[in-house]
Design a protein around this ligand. Structure first.
Ligand code: C2E
Ligand code: MG
Ligand code: MG
Ligand code: MG
Length: 289
């Protein structure tokens, strides 16, 4: 009994420590949002037809004063639980818009994909406020793409569809993220107005390990293409995966092999290099002519 009790005390202590840590992180995040500690990194998606950057995905990071650079897995849940998601989301869009303007000046058209989670879609005004924001910033909605997972889409189908239709009508691109792990009803998913399907990393990882992987991926790409969707493979890490995806007709890849998430300045550098090599290419074509 005594032992049992002391164990209970230890358990209690662990729970209390956790709660204290969480409360501190929440307070830090509230302050961090105001102090500008959130920064957006961007990961390129590479078009397989010509190797160019087709778009970049905005991935939020938190430069915590003591803990260093944190990834979403370490703070998104806290943000969601404490009602900070709308503010965090706005900050990501605001920074992305600034970057879009910079990249426009470099001269390459680039789409920025923004991740939206359930807490944000729950707000009925989400679509309208994003559209208004674009108007106020003189940014075309077509410069943005909304990424949502099939789980988000299916959980609140009618409401989500209504917002997606409004976004789509305004010109936003729409992508289904992490496709293949949500066990969704395909026929229902396909009633959503999306134009881009992103195959989840877990499926890409099975290339070379699971004999059925290629058949599965090939049929997903085939169906998506027949319906007019663009297909991206997520989490591509090896040349072998890249070769298979190329052979299966995948449109673009996103992964550590072709580019990790990096600060905006690094994307600018990549774009400038791409512009320079294009210019060189067209100059050598002119010389040949
Ligand atoms: P996601 O949208 O599926 O983003 C892809 C995640 O996979 C990113 O993790 C990216 O860094 C990682 N990744 C990309 N290529 C590779 C690879 O080759 N290997 C491996 N091992 N990982 C790869 P990250 O940045 O930690 O983000 C995790 C998730 O957090 C995202 O998954 C997204 O659902 C969410 N998230 C990120 N930024 C935001 C945001 O601004 N707002 C919201 N609501 N959610 C966000
Ligand atoms: Mg995503
Ligand atoms: Mg994803
Ligand atoms: Mg994911």
């Amino acid at each position: 009994k005594t032992q049992g009790r002391s164990r209970l005390v230890i358990f209690d202590q662990t729970m209390r420590d956790k709660a204290v840590k969480r409360a501190r992180m929440t307070a830090d995040l509230v302050a961090g949002l105001d102090r500008g500690e959130l920064e957006v990194h961007f990961q390129p998606k590479i078009r397989l037809s010509d190797g160019s950057i087709s778009s970049v995905e905005a991935l939020v990071r938190w430069r915590h004063p003591e803990l260093g650079l944190l990834t979403p897995g370490e703070f998104l849940e806290i943000a969601a639980e404490s009602g900070l998601l709308p503010k965090l989301g706005q900050e990501v869009v605001r920074q992305s818009a600034e970057c879009l303007k910079t990249w426009k000046k470099i001269g390459l058209p680039l789409v920025v994909a923004i991740n939206i989670c359930p807490g944000q879609f729950a707000n009925e005004k989400f679509a309208d406020s994003f559209i208004l924001f674009c108007l106020s910033q003189e940014i075309s909605p077509a410069d943005f793409e909304i990424e949502l997972t099939e789980t988000v889409a299916m959980a609140n189908f009618v409401k989500v569809r209504r917002q997606l239709e409004r976004l789509k009508a305004a010109g936003f691109g729409i992508a289904i993220d992490d496709y293949g792990i949500g066990y969704s009803n395909l026929s229902q998913l396909y009633h959503l107005p999306f134009d881009h399907l992103k195959i989840d990393k877990s499926i890409i990882d099975s290339i070379g390990n699971d004999p059925n992987a290629e058949v599965l991926i090939s049929s997903v790409i085939d169906v998506a293409h027949r319906l007019g969707h663009f297909v991206t493979a997520e989490g591509v890490e090896t040349e072998r995966q890249l070769d298979v995806l190329r052979r299966l007709g995948c449109d673009s890849v996103q992964g550590y092999l072709t580019g990790r998430p990096v600060p905006a300045a690094e994307i600018s550098r990549l774009l400038e290099a791409q512009m320079a090599s294009r210019a060189q290419h067209s100059m050598s074509l002119e010389r040949q002519a």
